[in-house]
Design a protein around this ligand. Sequence first.
Ligand code: BG6
Length: 432
Amino acid sequence: MLSIIIFGGTGDLARKKLFRSLYNLYSKNILPPNVKIIGFARRDLNTESYRQFVSDELIGDFELRSEFLQTFYYFQGDLGTESSYHDLKTFLSELDDQYGVCASKLFYLSIRPELYDGVFDLLKKTQLLNTCTSDSTAWSRLLIEKPFGTNFEHAKFLDTKLSTVASEDQIFRIDHYLAKEALENILVFRFKNEIFRNAWNASFVSRIKIHMYETRGIDGRGEFYDEVGALRDVGQNHALQMLALILMNEPENFDGVHIRKNREDVLKTLTPAVCNEQNFERAQYVGYEDIITKSSSQTETFFKITLNTSMSQWNNVPFIIESGKKMAHDDTSIHVEFIDGSKIVFEISPIPRITFSFHVKESGYDYKTASRDLAFSYQENNMLVLDAYEKILYQAIAGDVTSFVTTHEVLEQWRIIDTILQQWTDLPLRKY
Ligand code: BG6
């Protein structure tokens, strides 16, 4: 049996992503039989009203939905109060006893990151992860959302604490980008097609650009976002992980151990380029200050950063990352630009697609060349793009760590971002 305990069971992420992803897994018979999903939150609900709360977020076959809702339970408690953890532990034990099992337990921390510190303390104190030990095949795992910490020192502090709560193989640090089909495909494209392998270095590639442009703004997350800013929000994690997948060496095996090690090896080599207005930019969209309560803010909603690596095969190739909210169009993509003008683009969203732009001769009497595309998209091939959260849950239950970041990766990411944050304070904050 499996119990999934959602800390922050009435929160935004649970409503927008987790209920639906769990429903999809349930409808495909992927969740183990007798799964129980427990929402842990402060709101005044009970199991019956929580089931209704969950139901409001679901669409689909009525009977299946009703069956799915029966797997939900509500546990009202306070994340900051020790007795809530003791009571939750009793609640989980009783559920186990009712079925005469020691269920595996997946704890999903879908909570505000500033609460981690206190929650880790209470998890340790109450030994919630060790609710039962009678079945040696039952496991306990902890899923943790980003951002993990606010800088290198803070992340290290949290990590030291976390290591007293759970062992490294029980900890699943989420970067949902790593569970996106389009990102997983980067490794297959690079390493399963011999033709590109030899061209994947500084002798052929002139530049790599990553765009993360979103038309949406900060979606009611004003207070949180204003403390964080774009560079910490998506640069410290998603963007650096995309770059790691593009630059990393071929893993000895395509498994969690080797892929994570090679991502980590790339991150260790990355350093910011010289801090000037050509390599770095910070900007804020017009109207941003109207939605936060502070009267003026220096927080960036757009950034451009330039990085270099000490990996010899990428000598002198600049890596440019640009990300912004409220941009003119949605475009998350990675552009590998070759010296001869040809290009490979990995589009992550809105339409996951891989495009190779190459030279052809125009038809006609003269010898003129033009650029044309060869492309693969999931849509045109009727291939389903699974939601990243569905895969995160699937992989965490299966114990597959590939799409989760190690403590070393998190710290390396902060090392890079901290350096930039310290260096770029003199840059003007442009409006756009
Ligand atoms: C999140 C950021 O991690 O990623 C958001 O906090 C951002 O600000 C989001 O919008 C982008 O994810 P996706 O999957 O919508 O591209």
